[in-house]
Design a protein around this ligand. Structure first.
Ligand code: F6R
Length: 245
């Protein structure tokens, strides 16, 4: 695992965008696994900026997102579908037919999870998976539990995740209680993984995921077992870890 320490969120975003750009330049028809949330917003902003400068071409790129709320229509502005359009898809030359997310409105969890696994399989596999880290160590919506969930599954969101995400909704009651999420195995199948993490409120999660025991109680700790993980973290997120300067 490679840990890149940055001064702040801005530098983290530039470094992460640089890694994604390198992937797109080296393999223009690559498959990117994408995340939503505050952590990658700055990264997407940089990608859009570099696209506008003519330095990036998304014309042959395929994307698969980690997760989507269950029961939220994609037109809802808090859906992850809307997030991706608002932060990236609407501003670059990506083919909308090659951007994939779980369908939060499919009421049949088994059918939706099987469909989404098949979508990912049919892309030929994820070349680079971008991840944020939940404060409780979750990746995607793989919440702390007794075992690692393998494939795409329907998740009951942890109360702390609902609490963390209520800032985007009118109240905690409006936050969907379930989501469809890639599983740990789905994530681990990516050839390369890029984690972006910023802020003091993530310091405990960073310490537990990357310097603690590998356990389903800290889902992100599984990343220690992946052969090609890069963590781009700012000083605040690394404040509980002793790394060489
Ligand atoms: C988002 C996702 C989540 C977030 C995590 C951190 O698609 O899968 O795991 O990455 O909850 O969220 P932020 O970045 O908002 O702190």
């Amino acid at each position: 695992m490679k840990i890149i320490r940055t001064k702040d969120y801005g530098e983290m975003s530039r470094k992460a965008a640089g890694i994604i750009s390198a992937q797109v330049i080296m393999k223009p028809d690559c498959v990117l696994g994408l995340a939503t949330g505050s952590s990658p917003e700055g990264t997407y902003e940089k990608l859009v900026e570099w696209y506008n400068q003519g330095d990036l071409d998304f014309g042959d790129v395929t994307t698969v997102n980690l997760d989507e709320y269950r029961g939220l229509p994609k037109e809802n502005d808090q859906s992850y579908y809307c997030f991706m359009h608002r932060h990236l898809f609407d501003y670059v030359n990506i083919n909308p037919d090659r951007t994939f997310l779980p369908d939060g409105m499919n009421e049949d969890p088994d059918a939706e999870c099987a469909r989404y696994e098949e979508v990912i399989r049919a892309t030929g596999g994820v070349d680079l998976q971008l991840l944020g880290l939940g404060r409780n160590g979750h990746i995607g919506f793989n919440e702390p539990g007794e075992f690692f969930e393998k494939g795409t599954h329907c998740v009951d969101l942890h109360p702390s995740t609902i609490e963390a995400n209520k800032r985007f909704f009118a109240s905690a009651d409006d936050v969907p209680k379930q989501a469809y999420s890639m599983g740990i195995q789905t994530i681990m199948n990516a050839k390369k993984i890029l984690v972006v993490v910023s802020g003091e409120d993530k310091a405990e999660a960073v310490k537990n995921c990357f310097f603690g025991p590998v356990t389903p109680k800290v889902p992100g700790s599984i990343l220690q077992m992946h052969p090609d993980v890069t963590v781009v973290a700012d000083e605040a997120a690394l404040s509980l870890c002793s790394l060489p300067e």
